[in-house]
Ligand binder design. Structure first.
Ligand code: FMN
Length: 349
């Protein structure tokens, strides 16, 4: 076992030295002196699921595992930024405070997971209903997702089916891609949002800007939850002295569109008034939004490869690259079907 440990130990010595070498960085959490955090949420029984600490905004949940608080700090920042619920995923057996013992244990648990045996975790959730996005954060261990979070995702995979999961991780220097693959195979029926956040030891000092930028990229904000119902997704489009209304889809792209309003844009005529198009800058998020649409007049879409918004004036054949984000109410597209480019003002109704 000692030989097995030697290489990783040398690697982590390098991680730690790299982190300490930059005087402008916050210190990388020293392994040897850290004590495991005091468990707060779990009760050791799946019969008594845990309740996340609630925030004001019930649309998001932040789940995290963390032994030396790096991932916890990121998790708490996401929680504060979004004012949302948070829950720590804790191992049944407390983390070892001794670094070498922890390395050995992590290797054993990762090997056991490869054989299909997951370590026990204290934390359990009854349901993820009501959450738009479940944030899942963890440290990278030997290139993989830390074992407690793997175990939690494994035992909650069916409850997470259909949910959008946003992954974030911290590491000494390793990448996140292996753990993204692990998340996809642990939760095959969830949508793992492509854009992930990794903070290596040298990047922890930029945590605030990186977290803010990432949340914007994936369309998560602390805005008050939309009141479900048609009016909250309604927009009005003014063309000259005419006004028509549209209803946006209640998905990440539709909400991102709403967040850009009011907007005054020139709609370019495309393909002999088949579509009126414009290019939002930056492009609207399409993370986790279903693709594929056979547009009919009045459909508001995104053409994913180009990132343009296209309002259809004529029907067109099905494309897997079209994403429907809304529709002009009552097929009232006459004001748009003039030849040539037109300037419109789009506002929330
Ligand atoms: C068991 C173990 C394995 C680790 N493996 C890696 C690794 O493969 N690559 C890496 O860059 N960092 C590795 N690290 C460092 C952690 O990923 C890093 O310190 C992380 O920020 C710890 O997060 P935490 O404070 O939330 O526990 C490892 C740490 C431990 C304890």
């Amino acid at each position: 076992m000692k030989k097995i440990l030697l290489i990783p130990l040398l690697l982590f010595a390098v991680f730690s030295m790299a982190a300490c070498g930059d005087g402008s960085e916050e210190p990388f959490t020293p392994e040897q002196s850290e004590q495991p955090e005091n468990p707060g949420g779990g009760d050791g029984s799946d019969d008594n699921p845990d309740t996340p600490t609630p925030g004001g905004n019930g649309r998001y949940l932040v789940l995290y595992a963390s032994r030396t608080s790096n991932t916890e700090r990121v998790a708490q920042l996401i929680r504060t930024t979004l004012d949302c619920d948070i829950l720590e995923v804790e191992p049944e057996v407390d983390y070892d405070s001794d670094y070498n013992a922890m390395l050995e244990r992590a290797q054993e648990e990762l090997a056991a997971i490869r054989r299909g045996n997951y370590p026990s975790v204290k934390t359990s959730m009854e349901s993820f209903d009501g959450y738009d996005i479940v944030f899942v954060g963890y440290p990278i261990w030997y290139g993989s997702m830390a074992t407690p979070m793997q175990a939690f995702l494994h035992s909650h995979a069916s409850k997470l089916a259909g949910k959008r999961i946003a992954l974030f991780a911290t590491s000494g220097s390793s990448g996140i891609s292996t753990s993204v693959d692990e998340a996809r195979s642990l939760c095959p029926d969830a949508t793992i949002i492509d854009r992930t956040l990794l903070l290596t030891s040298s990047g922890l000092s930029q945590m605030a800007t990186r977290v803010t930028a990432w949340l914007e990229e994936i369309g998560a904000s602390r805005e008050e939850p939309e009141t479900p119902g048609e009016t909250s997704m309604k927009v009005k489009i003014s063309v000259g002295d005419r006004t028509i209304t549209a209803t946006m889809e209640d998905n990440a792209a539709g909400r991102d569109f709403l967040s850009r309003l009011p907007l005054e844009v020139t709609l370019n005529d495309y393909n002999n008034t088949t579509e009126k198009i414009f290019y939002p800058d930056p492009a609207l998020t399409t993370e986790g939004v279903a693709r594929g649409c056979a547009p009919t007049p009045g459909d508001i879409t995104i053409y994913a490869p180009w990132g343009n918004v296209a309002i259809f004036c004529k029907s067109w054949s099905h494309s897997n690259e079209l994403i429907k984000i809304g529709r002009i109410d009552g097929n009232d597209i006459e004001a748009l079907t003039v030849t040539g480019d037109i300037t419109v003002k789009i506002e929330r109704e």
